[in-house]
Unconditional design. Structure first.
Length: 380
């Protein structure tokens, strides 16, 4: 190699080194100015939302110090619910992935308290390395951020993390669980198919209760349909399985598998998922079905002198379960604005138990009345 060639080679190497240094510096400047922006759909009554905000998003916002901005949109108010529905259409979110918390970064939709903590941190790192991620193309987001922020929503990038921070400092607000501003129709439309099914189930329960009540008043047990003897224990075990699953979801704050109909997670995250705000309804269901099953087995296998009392005990517990199920089923479409297919299944099971136990209970009542009459006659 000639001296001239060596000189050219050295110049090329020097130029390459300078170029790499400049590229590295530019990337450093780019990374320093990079900001990742995302949109969080949440509800103040949602336990999963609160967990994601306090355990994942707030620590990340503090960690990245100005490089991560998140707009929080409250779906329990009318404007937030409308924005969420528009986002569902724009991002083509499938029905089985509907629910909050929902976090959108770029074109990616993350749903739930498992996906967000697992995937969002890595996406933020990748986004910052790539020079930042702009606001997702959420319909109406630009107008929302440009307007005066309604209560519970962030409206500008400088205020973008305020909602997240505010929610992290407070417990889920169960009183704000329902979209009071939107009215009955808007609540019902939030889960149209599930709420329609809930109304059908509710009407069926009311009609069943009316028929059984009328049969009791006129003592017409023979006119009611008869069920095979195995029906009560089998259907009680099915109800017990449903109640066990709901108890698991409520106790461990797990995401319910709901299927194509209903919005189970919204129901399970509402204040109505807990009796007196403390006891999970699923646990109440487990205890109720166990009590019915045990009393029924004792009626069939215990001493004969207790059979009349135990069948009436079973019937009384089933009546309580049916009335409580009517109350809960009413809440789903008309108050919560979402319906749970597991809850509706339990309601149907309890109604079937009412039908199945009524003939034996009415017969026990009639026998008791006849025995009392015979005793009175013998005394005379």
């Amino acid at each position: 190699m000639t001296k001239f060639s060596q000189l050219i080679a050295k110049l090329l190497l020097a130029g390459l080194a300078v170029g790499l240094a400049l590229l590295s510096a530019l990337q450093g400047v780019r990374a320093a100015d990079a900001v990742v922006r995302a949109v969080l759909f949440y509800s103040p009554s949602c336990g999963h939302c609160h967990a994601v905000i306090t355990e994942t998003l707030t620590p990340m916002i503090e960690q990245y110090a100005g490089k991560l901005e998140i707009v929080g949109i409250d779906v329990s108010v009318e404007q937030g619910a409308a924005l969420y529905q528009a986002t569902i259409q724009a991002f083509q979110i499938p029905e089985e992935r509907l629910g909050v918390p929902t976090l959108i970064i770029g074109d990616t939709v993350l749903v739930g308290s498992q996906e967000i903590p697992e995937q969002f941190p890595g996406m933020v790192e990748a986004g910052l390395a790539a020079g930042g991620v702009d606001w997702p193309q959420v319909p109406g987001l630009t107008e929302l951020m440009a307007a005066e922020p309604p209560p519970g929503e962030a409206a500008s990038s400088s205020e973008a993390t305020a909602v997240v921070a505010e929610q992290a400092e407070t417990e889920p607000n169960t009183e704000a669980a329902q979209p009071q501003e939107s009215g009955f129709v808007a609540r019902f439309k939030q889960d149209l198919s599930g709420n329609t099914l809930a109304v059908v189930v509710l009407l069926g329960m009311l009609v069943s209760g009316g028929i059984v009540g009328y049969a009791f008043m006129v003592s017409s047990a023979p006119r009611l349909p008869r069920f095979p003897e195995w029906f009560v224990p089998v259907i009680s075990i099915l109800g017990l399985g449903v109640a066990f699953y709901l108890a698991y979801v409520e106790l461990f704050q797990a995401e319910a598998v709901c299927g194509p109909v209903g919005d189970c997670n919204t129901v399970q995250q509402s204040k109505y998922a807990y009796l007196f705000g403390v006891i999970p309804i699923g646990v109440v269901g487990v205890l109720g079905y166990l009590a019915i099953l045990i009393a029924w087995l004792f009626n069939r296998n215990g001493p004969q002198k207790y059979q009349r009392a135990t069948i009436l005990l079973v019937w009384g517990m089933v009546w309580i379960g049916t009335l409580f199920s009517i109350y809960l089923t009413f809440l789903e479409p008309f108050v919560i604005g979402a319906s749970c297919i597991w809850c509706l299944t339990s309601a149907v099971i309890m109604t079937l138990l009412l039908w199945a136990t009524t003939p034996a209970a009415l017969q026990a009542i009639q026998t008791s009345e006849e025995d009392d009459l015979e005793a009175e006659t013998a005394a005379l």
